[in-house]
Design a protein around this ligand. Structure first.
Ligand code: PFF
Length: 438
């Protein structure tokens, strides 16, 4: 166990950081769209089942593994595998770190769009733009795209450079409550728009036939994994900053629950507003960047609400990006024994250089986002499950997770972790591959 590792100051600080990681573009940008695509309220059945059965189990595993070893994935996998005589744990643990570096790159590109929108939304003339579709295309013009990517990485770099308690915990303590407040105000605004009722009808009239299609289940699983940040990386690293009196099962349950509340809130903000102005809700990725500004343009008080909305999206995006980049920074410090500030500078610079080709071309970006989130991330979650639920003796894993818990999990939990979690995550990987190829 490493001794001079930083720790979160309080359990609530840790939970807010984890909620910060979980609640991100996946909730605000992807979830309302998936809900629209896969049957409205009917999609909630597989989604909630997976978040609570598989997501919470996976989170307990990742927090527990990080806390037990005091290390990110490379050190943690090495620790577990070495006890059993295997020497390839560290190599195995580089997989999630490398994948997380790829995520750092594309998540920074999209977060940079949000930073730019917040800056623009400060000026009332923002909503005078005749066509937000055209404005979206301007995001890919070379010089501004590069500059905004640089600004975004500078902000994240400055936060991470301050460390775990002052940087990550300190910022999340402010921006997470602020994000939930923004969502609440926005729900009331959307619900009171004339014509919003059609949006509620749409959300509340489930298309049950979607549940007979395997793709709906595959998408619900993939979305659940992405949304609670399961991939054997960020949540292991956050877990490694935990003290032993933190309640892991309770924290896992709260992370999943706040994440779900944020996803549902995003749907309640976006869908009724979109319907009130007669726009197609399955508009996909441009929903936040093209459709919502069009909505604000026509809404009473649009200037204030657009600013508030984009600030909320920014808080969600940066708190997730922090956790993503922290995995790479931690891996770098661990591997090269460098200081935090130096490691942050190197990782941010590399992400900036490699991010440029994605920042200037939407096609490159979509390709890598799909490939990483559909194939590579779930494999990371399976690996973490195999290490902590199958290679590490499961009773030891359960005891470790229960340390400091007011709500310890019983023996019944062991087969869920060992067979259902690993089996179902493997199934996600296979199903996603079957359904996404071609
Ligand atoms: N959970 C984040 C979202 O919903 O946007 C994305 C994410 C964060 C994925 C951290 C993976 C990760 F390690």
């Amino acid at each position: 166990m490493s001794n001079n590792r930083e720790h979160f100051n309080t359990q609530i600080g840790f939970i807010l950081a984890c909620v910060g990681s979980a609640v991100g573009l996946g909730n605000l940008w992807l979830f309302p769209w998936r809900l629209g695509q896969y049957g409205g309220a009917a999609f909630l059945i597989p989604y909630l089942l997976f978040v609570y059965l598989i997501g919470v189990t996976g989170l307990m595993g990742e927090y527990g593994l990080g806390r037990m070893t005091g290390k990110g994935p490379m050190g943690a996998y090495d620790h577990v595998l070495r006890k059993r005589g295997f020497l390839f744990g560290r190599t195995m643990g580089t997989y999630p770190v490398i994948i997380t570096f790829l995520i750092t790159i594309f998540y920074s590109v999209v977060t940079a769009w949000v930073v730019r929108y917040v800056w623009e939304a400060i000026f009332p003339s923002f909503l005078d733009k005749p066509d937000f579709g055209a404005h979206f295309n301007e995001l890919f013009e070379t010089s501004p795209a590069i500059i905004w990517l640089g600004v975004c990485l500078l902000i994240i770099g400055l936060i991470l450079g301050r460390g775990v308690t002052k940087g990550i915990e300190g910022i999340n303590r402010i921006i997470m409550p602020a994000l939930f407040l923004v969502l609440l105000i926005m729900i009331v605004r959307s619900a009171t728009l004339p014509g919003a009722g059609k949006g509620f009808e749409y959300l509340l009239s489930p298309d049950w036939s979607q549940l007979t299609k395997p793709i709906t289940w595959a998408m619900a699983l993939g979305q659940a994994f992405f949304s609670v940040s399961l991939m054997g990386a960020a949540m292991v690293v956050y877990g490694s900053y935990l003290s032993r009196d933190t309640d892991v099962p309770y924290s896992s349950f709260l992370t999943a629950s706040f994440d779900t509340v944020a996803a549902l809130a995003a749907a309640l903000v976006i869908i009724p507003a979109v319907f009130a102005f007669g726009i197609d809700p399955a508009a996909g990725p441009p929903l936040v960047f093209v459709t919502m500004p069009e909505v604000f343009k026509n809404m009473p008080g649009g200037y204030i609400f657009s600013m508030m909305f984009f600030v909320g999206v920014l808080f969600a995006a940066i708190s997730s990006l922090m956790s993503i980049m922290e995995v790479v920074v931690d891996g770098f410090m661990d591997q090269f024994n460098t200081s935090r500030k130096f490691s942050v500078a190197i990782v941010a610079t590399l992400a900036f250089i490699l991010g440029i080709p994605l920042a200037v071309d939407l096609d490159n970006l979509s390709l890598i986002v799909d490939f990483v989130s559909i194939y590579l991330m779930p494999i990371g979650a399976v690996l973490a499950g195999v290490v902590f639920f199958a290679i590490n003796p499961i009773s030891e894993t359960r005891n470790e997770i229960n340390v400091g818990s007011k709500y310890p999990v019983g023996k019944w939990w062991e087969p869920i972790a060992r067979y259902i979690f690993i089996g179902v995550s493997l199934l996600v990987v296979i199903l996603q591959m079957l359904y996404q190829v071609g």
